[in-house]
Design a binder for this molecule. Structure first.
Ligand code: MN
Length: 749
């Protein structure tokens, strides 16, 4: 691949810069020329002028004028991806809406809705995806939604990414790493899937250059050092083939092509070998100039010549002509034994196939009108759309599933009737069953591959004929999840397991209900939540299920002190009793059950542990609710707590109604903040009210005055809210006091 010149010296004068920008613009017009129809030139010019004007004060990190970036992206779109006029306009404008004053409405007004929509798509997927977070997954999902809306969006985005990767040198190392890992994660596989092999390879190599600079340099140097020897070998390998091919009258080109640094490095890692031990550092490519209709025959003719000359490895023939990859790739690949006993990969394809291989999607559309009626990309997009719209699982999971389901290479297998199904490489026999229909997948009891019975986990290979045997009595089991790879199979199995669990759980639910009734305790949400927490289950469903399958023995409940709970599911505004005897405020407390209606568990059957939430520091008399935490048992929050709304809204099932019981023996530490006019006697007045009049213990008191005002914070021990309210009201009555407020968050002052 030819790299377009990207770095220019930026110590240019303004005049020289303008010249350089115009020079690049004219170069763009030159490559676009064959595609320009009447009026197009003016549109491209308008887009260029709008972009140049919008970005006119901006510079890239390297110091060069920003407009050179959209110009370069447009150039990649035309030259390397083969896109046309509309895409060029979008590429020129791709950063304007996000980074400049220009709006989508401006674009829409000056151009078409179509162009505005693509620019909008490019704007939405801007920004760096944060590695390994759900934010990343969410962004990726956005990319996919826009992608399936118009594939040009993703092609322009890939051009944008490629140019950024090519010109990352002046960026901070941290940013280089972030962008590189994102490129490896998302963009290179996407480029691969779109059939843009050259761009995929370059993206991988560039990412590796930043992520593994030493290994990169090392391999590059070794490739360089062995180049002569390799060329000599390639020539030796090619010579007899050239003669034969010429004699059959084929028009062709034959050459050896080194594999990418990234792919060599992958091989070294995978096989744990050194550079010198990687045998396929290059592949031989035969490109045929065939007449339409002769392509396939010519390719096989060339194949026959190659395998007459060199012995082929029987298991290494790949026929992607009869059955192209779903990214459009067509070619014959074979591995043969060359001179000096070295295995050599030979790739045979026609010029048309080669263009599709290099330029992917765009070239594919160019040839679409021909005999290739069935459109693989459309099918692929339709599949992605289906999955996105049926996705409600965790986003990060979705991303991983998506990678295996849609970005992996594909295999093709046959139904017993001879219909072809494409599946991601690594699919199991069971994935095939689910790909036919989810009901068939769910009822699979056996699978025959090439007439032989195989385990459901059997990994399929291209060309397998697969027959599914079903039984109406069969049901998916947990272990199926260990070997299916497709998103469809996974989500169907999960749904079915959940449904099955729900059915089984019904028995457990019934048994528990009987048991509780027998003990005089009610079968209410409150009691169930406590049982869920005690048996360390994630949900009531899990509890019922565990009881049903006898993992939880109801006899274990005998030892617990159970009391009847006559209340229904708790609502925050109605209150339940939780009598409490507290030690130090904030410390763990125990509730005495003498006259409560709680269901209680524990060794002695008379205590329930709870803690007061630190975020809102409740005191008796506050409106409170209990919240079952996963690790710290029951936490008591005030209903006015800043966290309350979220907890109540999202975890309603874990909320336990609680109410304070009267208890005059325990006091709780709380605080009030007082604002007022500065006055010599103010401290005296306040302390008189608190400890003299109300006999409340003061824990700490600080007063700060400035500009004639004072601000006091007082920490006091009170028994309940009533007492605190009385204190607050009494203080407010004092002369010169403006406001008296309780600490809302319990923060230390
Ligand atoms: Mn950009």
């Amino acid at each position: 691949m030819e790299l377009s010149p990207t770095v220019i010296p930026y110590n240019l004068t303004e005049e020289q810069e303008k010249k350089e920008i115009l020079r690049r613009y004219r170069a763009l017009l030159r490559v676009l020329k064959p595609k320009l129809k009447h009026g197009d030139r003016e549109l491209v010019r308008l887009a260029f002028e709008m972009a140049a004007d919008a970005h006119k004060t901006m510079r890239r990190k390297s110091g060069e004028p920003y407009i050179l970036h959209p110009l370069a992206v447009a150039m990649i779109c035309v030259e390397e991806i083969g896109l046309g006029v509309r895409s060029t306009i979008c590429a020129l404008l791709h950063d304007t809406v996000e980074d400049t004053e220009l709006t989508l409405e401006d674009v829409q007004r000056e151009f078409t809705n179509e162009i505005a929509r693509i620019v909008d798509g490019l704007t939405k997927i801007g920004g760096v995806i944060d590695a390994s977070s759900s934010q990343q997954a969410e962004n990726f999902r956005k990319i996919l939604i826009t992608l399936t809306d118009d594939p040009r969006v993703i092609l322009i985005k890939l051009a944008d990414r490629l140019h950024n990767m090519r010109t990352m040198d002046s960026m901070k190392r941290e940013k280089q790493l972030k962008i590189s890992s994102e490129t490896i994660w998302v963009y290179a596989p996407l480029a691969h899937r779109m059939g843009l092999y050259a761009i995929k390879t370059e993206l991988e190599d560039l990412a590796m250059k930043y992520m593994e600079p030493e290994e990169y340099r090392n391999i590059a140097e070794q490739l360089q050092a062995t180049r002569r020897e390799r060329n000599r070998y390639i020539n030796e390998f090619i010579r007899p083939l050239k003669d034969e091919l010429q004699q059959t009258g084929l028009r062709f080109q034959i050459y050896g092509r080194p594999k990418s640094i990234h792919s060599i490095w992958n091989k070294m890692k995978k096989k744990n070998v050194s550079f010198t031990e990687v045998y396929d550092l290059f592949a031989i490519r035969i490109i045929l100039d065939s007449d339409a209709g002769q392509e396939k025959a010519d390719c096989w003719k060339a194949y026959s010549i190659v395998t007459d000359e060199y012995h082929s490895r029987g298991d290494r023939l790949r026929d992607w002509i009869t059955r192209p990859k779903s990214n459009g790739y067509e070619a014959l690949h074979t591995t043969v034994m060359g001179p000096q006993g070295r295995w050599v990969e030979v790739q045979i394809r026609t010029r048309r196939m080669d263009e599709i291989a290099e330029r992917g999607l765009a070239a594919h559309y160019k040839y679409k009108e021909g005999s290739h009626g069935e459109d693989r990309f459309d099918k692929w997009f339709a599949q992605i759309r289906e999955v996105i719209s049926h996705q409600d699982t965790d986003s990060v999971d979705f991303l991983n599933d998506f990678k295996t389901s849609f970005l992996a290479d594909e295999i093709y297998v046959y139904t017993p009737k001879g219909d072809v199904r494409m599946l991601p490489a690594g699919s199991s026999a069971l994935d095939f069953a689910f790909s036919i229909h989810s009901d068939i997948g769910a009822r699979t009891i056996g699978i025959k591959v090439n007439y032989k019975l195989v385990p459901l986990s059997h990994k399929l290979s291209s060309g397998d004929q697969v027959e599914v045997i079903t039984s109406s009595k069969q049901k998916p089991t947990e272990d199926w999840l260990n070997f299916v790879v497709t998103t469809k199979a996974k989500s169907k199995i999960k749904d079915s397991l959940k449904e099955e669990k729900r059915k089984i759980a019904e028995d457990g639910k019934y048994a528990l209900k009987k048991k509780l009734e027998g003990m005089g305790a009610s079968f209410g949400r409150h009691n169930i939540d406590l049982l869920v927490s005690h048996f360390k289950q994630a949900s009531p469903l899990d509890l019922f299920h565990q009881i049903a399958i006898k993992n939880i023995d109801l006899k274990e409940m005998k030892g617990f002190g159970l009391l009847g709970d006559k209340l229904e599911a708790p609502k925050p505004e109605r209150k339940r009793h939780t009598e409490q005897h507290a030690g130090e405020p904030g410390a763990e407390k125990h509730v005495n059950v003498k006259d409560t209606e709680l269901i209680i568990f524990g060794e002695r059957g008379d205590q329930i542990k709870y803690t007061l939430a630190n975020c809102c520091k409740p005191i008796p008399g506050d409106d409170v609710f209990g919240f079952l935490t996963a690790t710290e048992g029951l936490k008591i929050h005030r209903t006015t707590c800043p966290n309350a709304a979220r907890l109540l809204a999202n975890y309603g099932h874990r909320v336990v109604k609680t109410k304070w019981a009267k208890n005059k023996e325990i006091s709780f530490l709380t605080g009030v903040k007082i604002l007022g006019l500065d006055d010599v006697g103010v401290i005296n007045k306040i302390t008189n009210v608190i400890s003299g009049e109300l006999r409340i213990n003061i824990n700490a008191l600080t007063i700060e005055s400035h500009d004639g005002m004072f601000e006091g914070t007082i920490k006091v021990y009170v028994h309940d809210k009533e007492e605190l309210d009385k204190l607050v009201n009494r203080l407010k009555e004092l002369d010169g006091i403006e406001t008296v407020d309780r600490f809302e968050t319990g923060e230390e002052k």
